[in-house]
Ligand binder design. Structure first.
Ligand SMILES: Cc1cc2nc3c(=O)[nH]c(=O)nc-3n(C[C@H](O)[C@H](O)[C@H](O)COP(=O)(O)O)c2cc1C
Length: 243
């Protein structure tokens, strides 16, 4: 909605992607509605509403995971998005803090009734950010309470983690985050696809693909985020990343 050029860059879609999904955040139903109807999101098949972001700047604005403290507002945000006619999905956490009641099941039901087509649950609270145990039981309770697909998220770094979370939650699918960033082969491993590429081939392909759409500077800065993860645990990784 701010017409930022940087945001437009983030909305790039490659021809290799078959189903596309963009994520937005906000707490004003009118703004959300206009964003969903706007031309920037027109190319996307699905629009996801972020109700999980723990970052203080977002939280203080009443957005992201702050919506987990106000179910009526969260509901009106989802309903406004659905009114646009787009397919709307929602991403939540299990609550704000382990010392407060979890909201998972209640929010999953609310999201389904408000017209969401799918819900992704990060099985941690806002307070826990990205660390600590993932609460499988909470995801399972939400999964049992709704008919829309539930995607389980949190702590999936290996095939074993993926099997465990599916087994314990009954989720319809999983979402990878840091695992996929640190192991570029993880998606392929989990979907039994070819993983015979070397890390060098992956890196070079990634750089070439990015250079088709972004400036040298943008690609350099972006790859700086990936390198330390890709080469973690390898010999001379530190020296190599410094180059
Ligand atoms: C640096 C960073 C940025 C993130 N940005 C987003 C985001 O924009 N939207 C979102 O839904 N989740 C975001 N997440 C959260 C992840 O999607 C995911 O819910 C979380 O990392 C737990 O999954 P994991 O344990 O597999 O990493 C972010 C996580 C990290 C570490």
């Amino acid at each position: 909605m701010y017409k930022s050029e940087n945001t437009k860059k983030l909305l790039f879609v490659s021809e290799k992607e078959s189903v596309t999904k963009a994520q937005i955040f906000g707490s004003e139903p009118d703004v959300i509605y206009n964003a969903c109807c706007g031309e920037d999101l027109a190319p996307f098949d699905l629009i996801d509403i972020n109700m999980g972001c723990p970052v203080p700047k977002i939280f203080k604005n009443g957005e992201g995971s702050a919506l987990l403290t106000d179910i009526l507002k969260a509901e009106s945000v989802i309903k406004s998005a659905v009114k646009s006619g787009k397919t709307i999905t929602v991403k939540i956490r299990i609550g704000i803090s382990d010392s407060k009641p979890y909201i998972t099941k209640e929010y999953a039901k609310m999201a389904e009734n408000a017209g969401a087509s799918l819900i992704t649950i990060h099985g941690r609270t806002r307070e826990n950010y990205y660390s600590g145990e993932v609460n499988f039981d909470e995801i399972e309770k939400a999964k049992s309470a709704v008919n829309i697909p539930v995607i389980a998220n949190g702590g999936i770094f290996t095939e074993k983690d993926a099997d465990l979370i599916i087994d314990r939650t009954g989720a319809d699918g999983i979402m990878l985050a840091r695992g996929a960033v640190s192991d570029p082969f993880l998606f392929a491993k989990l979907s039994n696809k070819d993983t015979s590429l070397t890390i060098k081939e992956i890196v070079l392909t990634q750089i070439d693909d990015m250079l088709k759409n972004y400036s040298d500077r943008y690609v350099t800065l972006n790859m700086r985020k990936f390198f330390p993860n890709y080469f973690k645990g390898r010999r001379n990784a530190k020296e190599f990343c410094r180059l």
